[in-house]
Structures are given as C-alpha cells and as structure tokens.
Design a protein. Structure first.
Length: 159
C-alpha cells in the first residue's frame, strides 16, 4: 500500500489544497492529511476546527485520513509507514523554501522523498492567508473554498 503524508497548516483548507489531494490520490493508495500542531504560525482556527474542515471537505473521498502531529514531520512520517511527503507548488516563489525543507527532511530520514504537485492554474494565486483576510472583510469566498469552510468563516467573522 502506497501511503503519502500531506502536511500543512490548513488554516483553512482551500480548493487549492483539495486539488493537490485529488491529484495525489491518483498516485497513492492513501493520503494522510496532517496538521502541524506546533508550527511557528498563529492559526485563526483551532487544530480541531481545521481537522473538521478537512474532514467535511473530503466527504465521499475514499482513502483520506486526517491527523495531526507535533514536532518534526520526518520522524512522524515514519510512524505512519509512509515514505513520501506531498507538497504543493504554486509558483517559483514557493520553490526555495520547499526545496530547503525537502532536503532537510531527507537529512533527518534518508528514506523520505518529497513530491511536488502543481495545482490547476486557477488555484495558483490562492492561499489560506488571503482567504482569512477575505473572510474578515466579509468577502465572498464561495468559489475558493469548500462550502463547509464558507460556513466556518461566517461563524468566525459574523456581520
Ligand atoms: P504550510 O504552513 O506548511 O505552508 P499550508 O496549509 O499553507 O501549510 O500549505 C500546505 C501545502 O499546500 C504547501 O505545500 C503549500 O505550498 C500547498 N498549497 C497551499 N495552497 C495551495 C494552492 N492554492 N495550490 C497548491 N498548493 C497549495
């Protein structure tokens, strides 16, 4: 069974993340979407809320598991019997950081490879930061995030 891990902050999950997950499922038998609990970022949504949003966004998709991890991703990947990390690449600007992380993860665990998937071009401008900002300013995010995320944003930022 080919298992891949897709780590991130997912604050919140967007259609860009989902595009990467769907592409990943054509390559892997199972994808574990996992939230970094002690990243240096200060998330808007709690870990539980973010995991719930991943779950509701992937209803009907088989072979998706939602998890969270503390500390470094490389040792955690090993505990899941996986050898592959999936990351999304939107633009050249993502590349330097991702390249550095991939090589550091390999240093920590020689058996891990990171694969990069490119989303559909219509999602390349999308990130969670801009979605949170749109939500805060009462913008319409329906075309950028799954419907259950639209609802969660409305609850976070009531009129
Ligand atoms: P992180 O804090 O680790 O960057 P994110 O949740 O922002 O976590 O992103 C997780 C992964 O998904 C990263 O590899 C990021 O490049 C990728 N990603 C984020 N948004 C998109 C998008 N719109 N299209 C494709 N990949 C994306």
């Amino acid at each position: 069974m080919k298992i891949a891990v897709y780590p991130g902050t997912f604050d919140p999950i967007t259609n860009g993340h989902l595009d990467i997950i769907k592409r990943g499922l054509t390559i892997f038998d199972k994808i574990i979407v996992t939230i970094a609990l002690n990243s240096s970022k200060k998330p808007l949504f709690s870990a539980e809320e973010r995991m719930d949003m991943i779950r509701c966004s992937t209803v009907g998709m088989d072979n998706i598991e939602v998890a969270s991890f503390r500390g470094l991703i490389a040792p955690w990947v090993k505990t899941q019997n996986a050898h592959t990390i999936i990351r999304g690449l939107r633009a050249i600007s993502d590349f330097e950081y991702e390249f550095q992380m991939a090589l550091m993860n390999r240093k920590i665990n020689e058996s891990i490879d990171t694969i990069f998937l490119m989303p559909n071009a219509r999602y390349t401008f999308l990130n969670s930061t801009i979605i949170r900002e749109m939500g805060r300013l009462q913008g319409d995010v329906a075309q950028f995030v799954p419907s259950c995320v639209v609802e969660r944003l409305k609850e976070k930022f009531p009129d």
